[in-house]
Design a protein around this ligand. Sequence first.
Ligand SMILES: [Zn+2]
Ligand SMILES: [Zn+2]
Length: 154
Amino acid sequence: MVGGNLGDADLFSSIVSFFNSPLFRLTENLFLLFLVVVWGSLVFWTYRDARRRGGLALYWATVSLIFPVAGWLVYLIVRPPEYLEDMRERELEIKTKEAVLGNTDLVCPSCLKPVDKDFLICPYCRRRLKTACPSCERPLKIGWTICPYCQETL
Ligand SMILES: [Zn+2]
Ligand SMILES: [Zn+2]
């Protein structure tokens, strides 16, 4: 086999012996092991992802265990669109915005109608809300002794 030209029969028998060789068996086993690892990882990933999204984690893990890859693909299609943390974070954000909107600064303290934060006077009940800086004319809170924008003493 070493040196010289290999005939067709020799080539064929060397291919066959390669497939029967321990090296090939090892490669084959490693490949199977790799598939099992991928399969297991997908099952684990599905379980964790479904739990984070508030889905039926055990159910989907079982599905992707019974139907390798296919179950995982189906899960990818039907899974809940966002993580629970993201949902909570967004709710918190909305609440914060609502709190800002509900801030007394933006409501006339007298008639409780919505006013702009730059309004000097309430357009509904004419209550004075802020005073204009004599120098830069920015709206200042009543009671301030110095303009925080231009440092003009009031
Ligand atoms: Zn008012
Ligand atoms: Zn000023």
